[in-house]
Design a protein around this ligand. Structure first.
Ligand SMILES: [Zn+2]
Length: 137
């Protein structure tokens, strides 16, 4: 039992490493770099994280990233899926601070907390949205 668990943990670690390694290459794509910029323009260089709204800064080369550095966040973890990775509807402009703090937690939780002005979850993967509790509209 313990032996099986250990093997499972090692396999899991390896697959995570491979996945991460594969993901990195996606961020080098020219299509990604262009799309990323489009997302910042679409979102008016403003952090879209609920309750934040800071103006985003374009990071300068060879300088440490400021807390409001523009970051393109994938709402749903793309897990290396190129279609999800390059889906504009799956992207939102956020500041580095929100990304590092709240969003990474949300990604591990499986959904983004927060709602729009109508009180509906901003993330379709939120349990409230998935349960059909809000009714179909
Ligand atoms: Zn923010």
């Amino acid at each position: 039992m313990i032996k099986a668990l250990k093997v499972c943990m090692i396999t899991s670690r390896l697959s995570r490493f491979r996945r991460t390694d594969g993901h990195r290459r996606l961020y080098d794509l020219k299509a990604w770099k262009m799309l990323r910029r489009q997302i910042f323009v679409r979102d008016m260089w403003t952090c879209q994280w609920p309750g934040c709204g800071v103006m985003l800064a374009q990071p300068k080369r060879d300088e440490p990233l400021p807390p409001n550095a523009a970051t393109a966040h994938h709402k749903r973890d793309h897990k290396g899926d190129i279609d999800l990775f390059l889906d504009p509807d799956n992207l939102m402009a956020v500041c580095k601070q929100c990304h590092d703090r709240s969003i990474q937690e949300a990604t591990h939780r499986g959904f983004i907390a927060g709602h729009d002005e109508d009180g509906r979850p901003i993330d379709p993967a939120h349990p409230w949205a998935r349960s059909g509790a809000l009714g179909a509209s």
